[in-house]
Design a protein around this ligand. Structure first.
Ligand code: SAM
Length: 186
């Protein structure tokens, strides 16, 4: 994703001023509290300029680990967070974490919409090994930038449910939070 994606986020304007309209981050934090999840470590796949990292720090005093594919956005992540956020594609980053036996209480991502259908089952299976819970939210915006370059295929909620349920996750009381069936804290 290049600068235009973040400057015209969802066709409205700068990412930092508009991300809350599309993120699900506040929702994630309030659901985790309602479900009484114990969160001491967080993984963010697709951290953008780091705004969502600030929410986790404010709410739980946690500085997440994670990755961001865009050089432009990654360079704008505040320094105190950036050292834990790799400038990498999450498809390469996740196996790297698994090789190092890294484990997290919660994985936050709304970037799975950018992966193709054939690659998602294996990717989601890996997510179930790395995190105890997954918060997934998919915006209903089809394009995150006016030029159509980052158009995503919108899929119905039941498509995502089948994907998570078939690849290592069990439902919780919230349709946005999934509990890993394979996770063994390491
Ligand atoms: C819809 S934005 C969401 C940003 C942030 N998570 C939020 O809630 O505001 C998606 C982010 O994922 C990043 N991204 C997309 N594909 C990625 C990939 N394969 N690996 C890592 N980051 C990716 C984009 O550059 C962008 O910053």
């Amino acid at each position: 994703m290049d600068e235009a994606y973040f400057r015209h986020y969802c066709g409205y304007g700068p990412y930092d001023q508009n991300y809350l309209l599309h993120s699900g981050i506040e929702h994630c934090i309030s659901i985790a509290r309602r479900l009484d999840l114990r969160i001491e470590s967080v993984l963010v796949l697709g951290a953008a300029t780091g705004r969502v990292l600030e929410h986790f720090e404010r709410s739980w005093g946690v500085r997440p680990w994670g990755c961001e594919i865009s050089e432009w956005a990654h360079a704008r992540i505040p320094g105190r967070f950036r050292r834990r956020i790799a400038r990498r594609d999450m498809r390469d980053y996740l196996p790297w974490l698994l090789e190092r036996r890294r484990r997290f209480d919660l994985l936050f991502t709304n970037s799975l919409v950018y992966l193709s259908a054939p690659e998602l089952p294996e990717f989601v299976g890996r997510c179930s090994l790395v995190a105890g819970h997954l918060h997934f939210y998919s915006s209903t915006s089809e394009a995150f930038e006016p030029g159509d370059r980052y158009r995503v295929t919108l899929r119905p909620a039941r498509w995502w449910r089948r994907l998570f349920a078939g690849n290592g996750f069990a439902p919780t009381r919230s349709p946005y939070v999934w509990r890993s069936e394979r996770f063994a804290a390491g």
